[in-house]
Each structure stands twice: as structure tokens, then as C-alpha cells.
Design a protein around this ligand. Sequence first.
Ligand code: URA
Length: 214
Amino acid sequence: MTARTLSNAQGGISNMQYLFQIYDEMQFDYDLLHIQRLRRSSNFVPGSGSLVPRAILVGEAPGANENREQRPFVGRSGIFLEGVLKDSGMLRSDVFITNVVKYQPPGNRDPSPKEINESLPFLRRELALLGTSGCRTIIAMGKIACSSLLGEDISVTNYRGKFLPMKNGWQVFVTYHPSFIIRSIRPDSPPSLVEKQFRADFRTVGEYVNTQVK
Ligand code: URA
């Protein structure tokens, strides 16, 4: 599948075409040495969701399920995330979900700084395009998303639940990565502290974006 089969997108056709162009350029830009290496072992996973989103959720990089289905957050962490979104008054179809890096790194390792650096210009173009809808809220999930977007090392523990301003008018809301929360869940045990914090974070950002809806 190429980005042309991107599913679930809503919004103006010209924006959709422009998004396809961004994704096509990313896949076929042979100057992206580190990304082209990932391309040999995994599929391209474009962002998906509303092109007039209430918020843009940014993760790290696709996992095995996402690589197979070529859609972000469709595995266990995606199912968990959808439930948390719903509890905070947002549906998956209200938001746009994407990753910093659009390919699964081998062995599910963290994306390298070089892979992140080569991916960032494309993420910025995605954001600029989605920003034409008036959306200014990014929910950055996990250290890689937060630090990449803000251009500095961010401690998620210190900043979670807070909005940090980006230079160009965007607000980055910092929270944990859903996979981190899933690892804290024990059957037959009450929710962990980090799960409670994650759910509270989403309620905070959900209330905020719902007051922005015109
Ligand atoms: N983890 C991520 O960061 N992104 C996905 O799409 C899935 C899991």
C-alpha cells in the first residue's frame, strides 16, 4: 500500500492530495539514507484520521501490527488509546494520529536520532497542513514525540499533563506513551499511578479541545 490508500481521512480534497504528496516524497526521497534503510525491512505507515482534527496525536514509530495494517495505533496500545480517548470525550475519528517515524524500526527498537531527524521535516509539513484547519493542539505521547517536537530533551514525568508552547503557535500537550501504560497494567490489580495519570491527562486535554470546538 502507498499513501494513496490512506484510509479514514476526512476533509478537503486538496489537503488530502497535499498530504499524499508529503507521504510520497517521504517514501521516495532517496536522500533519506536512514529512512531508506528502514524501508527495506518495513512498510510505510501514514498518519490517519480527520483532516479537520480537534487534536493531533503523535507517537513514536509503528509496531508490528501497525506495520502489517499500515495504520498507526491499531495494536494493543491503539485499542487502549481509543478507550482512553472515548472516556475523555473524543473519538478516534475526531483526531489525527501519526508517528514521528513512519516505519517500524527492526526488532521494535527505538528510532535512532538520525531516523528521527530525517523524519521531522515531514512531520512538520503534516502539522502545517493540518494546522490550516485551525487545529493548534498536539498530544505528544512519550519522550521521543515530546522531545522531537519541542527540540529539547523533555522529561515526561516532569511535564506530563501540561501544555508547552511551540514557536509557531502550536501547543504541545505532554503525556506518557500508551505502550508504557499498558506495561504497567496487571490483571486483577487496581490501575497503576501512571495509568491514572494518563487517563487524567486525556481528560484535561479533552476538556480543553472540546472548549475550542466552534
Ligand atoms: N507505538 C507507536 O508509537 N506508534 C504506533 O503507531 C504504535 C505503537
